[in-house]
Each structure stands twice: as structure tokens, then as C-alpha cells.
Design a protein around this ligand. Sequence first.
Ligand SMILES: [Zn+2]
Length: 492
Amino acid sequence: MTLRLHNTMTRSAEPFAPLAPPHVSVYTCGPTVYNYAHIGNFRTFLFEDMLRRWLEASGYRVFHVMNLTDVDDKTINGALKAEVSLAEHTARFIAAFHEDREYLRILPAHVYPRATEYVAPMIAMVESLLEKGVAYKGDDGSVYFAIAKFPGYGKLSRLDTRELQAGAGGRTSADEYDKADARDFVLWKAARAEDEQVGAAWDAPFGRGRPGWHLECSAMALDLIGKELDAEVLDIHAGGIDLVFPHHEDEIAQSCAHTGRDEFARVWMHGEFLTMSGTKMSKRFGNILTARDLREEGVDAGTVRLLFATTHYRAPLDFTDQALDAAREGSRRLGAFGARLAAAGAGGSSPSLDAVAAELDTAFTEAMNDDLNAPRALAALFDAVREGNRLLDAGESPGPSLQAVWSRTTDVLQVLPLASGPRVVTMADARDGLEESGGDSDWAVAWAGRRLAAKHARDWPEADRIRDLLTTAGWEVRDRKDGSAEVVRAAG
Ligand SMILES: [Zn+2]
């Protein structure tokens, strides 16, 4: 069975066929770094992480780009209020975003382009659109995209002209009279005194100013997939459902007008909303719950991920205390089975447990291939736990297959409690004065952090010695491309 993904463009689940397999380009709209991202934003990022992990588990080589919007009205207003430069204001929220991302075990994208670092390709794109006659300079000095010149406008959102007009306000200029058509959106905003004050203005042939939000994503996506994959069309573009209009509609208009292609992305995927009706936490935090609130409350990432996996990414999810409690218990049960399996080893032989492994493998794969049906994939894991526990109780001794399938499937969903799931380690985790012997996960993380520090100092013998130390204590260290590492309890 092949992977099928729901494409917002066609409103149907289609067999996934990337342009140049095994490569897959994935662009996901990232956070606007003016504040801490709330848990609703992270529901989208977690759905995208599940997509990424499943593509990789299926043998694809993913090139994942997530932008950081570090120049827009919100970031500029925040910098003005804090009386710091735009760069200073956004830096702390970028750091916070990565802390939250690591806490939630979200794999790092391969590139996190920041809008302010890609102004040159944005200017080039505006020039190209002006040359092609699909953009014009308004009376206010800003540059706008002329919707009337792009016949395909509205194809993704399927809105009629009246709805498009009503919704065009969004993040575009409030000075409607400067535009030829109320639906037109801004590509380049003429610089104001406030922009200059925080360092948010750049010179351009068509006037000093700053990029519009929609332009940022198109220019960065095309620049990066052009360099990495020599492509002008994305395999997958994903984001929250609220981005369909106007953001993604506008991305399509300016990208396709620029490249001359009839599509900007082959598959458009959108995650549904998270509502917060029934949790005490949301009331305490004024209905805005952030990932760091959850972390400070001691909520394990496995619990959060399991809670989100109980609902399909295209269905709304209500975050309640009861749902969180149930997810915590579910995560604990899965973790306990994983630990039991690890303790049982893989040296035995049991046709019944092999059958459990084969069933889990098939059911999990079919569920994930069916437009990432995580609730069904999760149900397959719980079925395996029930049947596996029954057989282990009966004295069956597992061979290697169940452990292998268990690792592969739980690696994709990352719903096990911290102690049994992989922990991400950076050099900041290195601590002095550590005992040579130990065993708990904090100990392993601290030593793995010291190993990274040793590697950084090119002290290879010390790095090797620490790896041996961890191996002896039953921990496996895996280096990651971004220079961090993971520690996980070694199987068997
Ligand atoms: Zn975007």
C-alpha cells in the first residue's frame, strides 16, 4: 500500500508522488517570533513532525524548510515597546521556540531561514513581478500584487470574489485606497519612521521598505529548494488551516507568477485547530497555553504527543484536563510495555509474539499511509501491548522482531514517556563532577553532553571513552546532523 495524503488543493487523498524520489521537499510555515508560540501552533508543528518522521521511516530523504517570520507588524511593534532593535527582540523568541521544539521532541528542520536574512531574493522577486506586470507601485509607495492579472487566484481556498474581498484585509495594508483593487495584497511595504527606528527597512530599486509576510515564504522557499534540489515546485507545503486564505493563496499567486509554473506545491496539507475549552491551565493563562507552561507543569512530551495523536490532524481537537490525564496514562502503559520488552531481551523465539509484531507492522503502516491516521496507528500499538502482555504473562520469550517493530513504530509517534524515549542532548547539558557509574536518564544526558563538549574540543579519546561508559550503562548515543545528539535506552 502506498502513502496517500490529503491535498487541500483537490480536497481529496491522493497517492504521494514526489518530483524526484527519494528526495522530498517540505516547506512548513513557521512561527512569527514576537512571543512564545502557543500550544495550538505546536499542534500544527507536531503534525508536521509526524509527517516528516513518517516520510523518513518510509525511505524518503526529506529536505525540510521552516521559516521564522522575524519582520512584520507584530515583531516591529514588540521591538518598539521593548525599546530594542528588531534583531534583539526576535532573538529571544527564536531561542525560546527551539527550546519548546526540543521539549516536544520535534525534529529540527534542515534550514530555518529568517526573513531578515533573505531580503535580497525577496527584492529580486518583487522586481520580477513588476517586470511581468502583475505588480504595481501604489500611491503610498508600497508595491502590491494585482490579483486581476492572475487568473488562478482563489483556487486553493475556493472562495468567491465577494468572500475574497471581505477577507483581503488580513495582514495587508490598512490604507485600502492606495490599492487598485481591494483584494490586492502588499508585496513590499514603504518604510515608516517606526520601521527605521528598529532597523526594519531596506533599500530597494522600487523604494525603501520591508517585505510583506506572504512574500517572505515564497522567496525563501524558492531560493532554498532551488539551491538544494534545483527545483521550482515544492513536493509538500504544510501549515495550519488558518493559513489557507489569504496566506497560501497569496504565496501561490506570487510564486507561480514569478516562476511561470502552474503550481507552487504538489501537495498542500493543513492541520486543524486546537480548542481549549476544558482545562484549568488555559483559564489560568488567559486561554493562551504555551509549550513552556506545559513543561513547567511537569507534563511529559510523550503525554502531549499522545493526546494529539488521538485525533486525526484534519479534525479539531479540544484540549481538556481529562484528555490530558488519559493521555498520561496511555503513555505510561506504552512505556511500561516497552520497558518490559527491553527487559525480556530478544534472545528467545515465539511464533505468537512474532505474529504480534507482524500485525503491528501491517496495521501501523496501513494507518499512517492512510493520510497519517495517527488514531488508528495508536490503536495498533495498544493492541500489541494487550496481546504482547498476555503472551509475556504466559511465559513466551520474544525473538528480535517485536522489539524491532516496536522501536520503529514508537520512534515515529514519540508517545512514550521521557525515561524510555530518546532524549535530545546539546553541549549545554554537560555537567562537571559526575560519577563514572550511574544509569538514570539525567545521568546519561549529562555524560552525553560532556561527550559533545569533548568532540567540540577535538578530544576524540575522551569522546570515545564516554561513549563506552554510556554503552556499559545500557545507553545508546546517536549523533544528529545539527550537532546535537540523542540518548536512548539500548534495546535488548
Ligand atoms: Zn508561509
